[in-house]
Design a protein around this ligand. Sequence first.
Ligand code: NAD
Length: 297
Amino acid sequence: MTLTATDHLLDGRAVAADMLARVRGEAASLAARGDPARLVSVSIGASEAVTIYVRNQRRSAERVGIAFIERQFAANVPREDVLRGLRDLNEDPEFTGIIIQRPVPPHLSIRELQGAVDPGKDVEGMHPASIGNIVYNDLALAPCTASAAVELLRRTGRPLVGLETVVIGHSEIVGKPIAFLLMAEGATVTVCHHMTRDLALHSRRADAVFVAVGRPGLITGDMLKPGTVLIDIGINRVAGPGGSRIVGDADFESCAAVAGRITPVPGGVGPVTVAILMQNAVTAARRLRTAAPAVPA
Ligand code: NAD
């Protein structure tokens, strides 16, 4: 599905629904030949964010017919126990995809845990091998949020080859992978971050701007080229008159007045991120069943 040029809003829920319909078919054909995709979600401790992520992921998995099993560790679980638990899940043929919910408690390192997941089951695309693969243009199991952001740009129908793109934010999980995915598509990429001297100088040149910083109101309409595509990845809780609400990194009103296409927050990158996770789940299951083990014994 390509959104029509008259849609100003880039509706992530509609894109996600379209993607999930396709994933549902793939999940059904894997199940029919006896190789079902099965996800396991690992949470350590409890937080509001994790509760919401798990609920959304479970809902999407059920919608596409993928089993979703939860493994929970206490907040004070020793590091060795989590690593042993992950090794068991890596070796268990019942599971074809492993999700580690973040945040994890401070005594644990999310990077270490992600590095302990079998790259073949890395449906989040966060293992160093998965990150390395996108540098080599192997995009099959790319990080979900970054993939979702680029998928939304793709859905505008604008040719990505040679497109001037600016990525604001250079974190390992969002900004840097977006830059690599865009380069794989042939776009020209500028990456900005907190040390960039003049953000607007770059953003005003761009045919597409990605912002993943975590600062509400960072991007205003005067920083954009008219007609640009603005993909807002930020998630910020701000106080409002009727209680708190979630906003992105863009000042939506002024940006929407200038941009040709803009993602809402919520309802933009978030739902597509979960759809990509499900897509990665069927990709990992298919690869695991048909290929040699990703981790040599
Ligand atoms: P992070 O804190 O790891 O990185 C923030 C980035 O912003 C850094 O690269 C930093 O250099 C840059 N930055 C900070 N201040 C800046 C400024 N004034 N100008 C330009 N750049 C600046 O954050 P993250 O984990 O990449 O997350 C970024 C945002 O995306 C957060 O709001 C987070 O909640 C959201 N997020 C959304 C999803 C999703 O599915 N939609 C997933 C992950 C993260």
